[in-house]
Design a protein around this ligand. Structure first.
Ligand code: KIV
Length: 271
């Protein structure tokens, strides 16, 4: 029987057991109560309150502008919706880099004020002191390597990362470092599938991929992308399960017309 079906609540230990048993982990982003409730009921193991909220909820071009207060607002909405999934919250840009005391204070605010179960942050060796301090306080940490969108102005573009040997070697070393520090899992974003597989096999913690192929321990997508709510974003790795942009537009146009035609509300829709 699948581990997912056996358990009442997903914990960081469940994910480890899933990796050991070879059962793949599903993770999706969530930022609000209504959608999080559906995803939790669907059996998704991990809900990520991603800083991609900056893009898909707030319309910013990058993830950089979103604040800690805004992340806490999204996370507490998600927490109120779930009964089973593990909820991981991104530490936003500027709240953990370069100052491990500040990183701990940010993580504690997320855990205390939202009720989330874990935090995620981007980077390897450059943020190791922050990771160490957060873990020491008992807060589970998920790492994030490869394309790290908070560093987009350093990279310059959103192209596939770690194609060159030097960057691939650094990524492999960072993955081992995150494991040795005590991170419970790791996201690999937009790197070659072979490299992602090698990393997943080299560490004992679950490796969740986005644009990292099928040799990893689980997959994550931005929910608004896989539902087809965002229209322009069409990377090769994205599978769209619905075209909600068109569906919602059609529904809104039908409502608009019904109002104009005085067809809505009808007799049975009024008091
Ligand atoms: O913020 C986010 O949605 C993420 C995923 C892309 C992994 O970090």
């Amino acid at each position: 029987m699948s581990i997912n079906k056996e358990i009442r609540r997903v914990t960081v230990h469940t994910l480890k057991r899933m990796k050991t048993a070879g059962e793949k982990i599903s993770m999706l982003t969530a930022y609000d109560f209504s959608l999080a409730k559906i995803l939790d009921e669907a059996g998704i193991e991990v809900l990520l309150v991603g800083d991609s909220a900056s893009n898909v909820m707030a319309g910013h071009e990058t993830t950089l502008p979103i604040t800690l207060d805004q992340m806490i607002y999204h996370a507490s909405s998600v927490i109120r919706a779930i009964t089973r999934a593990l909820v991981v919250v991104d530490l936003p840009f500027g709240t953990y880099q370069g100052n491990s005391k500040k990183a701990l204070a940010s993580a504690i605010r997320i855990m205390k004020e939202s009720g989330a179960h874990a935090v995620k942050l981007e980077g390897g060796t450059s943020v190791k002191e922050s990771i160490r301090r957060i873990l020491k306080a008992g807060v589970p940490v998920m790492g994030h390597l490869g394309l790290t969108p908070q560093s987009i102005y350093k990279f310059g573009t959103y192209v596939v990362r770690a194609r060159q040997e030097e960057e691939a070697e650094q990524l492999k070393a960072d993955a081992k470092l995150l494991e040795s520090l005590g991170c419970f899992a790791l996201v690999l974003e937009k790197i070659p599938s072979e490299l992602a597989g090698e990393v997943a096999r080299s560490v004992s913690i679950p490796v969740i991929g986005i644009g990292a192929g099928n040799q990893v321990d689980g997959q994550v997508l931005v929910t608004h992308d896989m539902l087809g709510i965002t229209k322009e974003f069409r990377p090769r790795f994205l599978r769209r399960y619905l075209d909600l942009y068109e569906e919602i537009k059609k529904a809104a146009m039908a409502y608009h017309q019904d109002v104009k035609d005085q067809d809505f509300p009808n007799e049975s829709e009024q008091y």
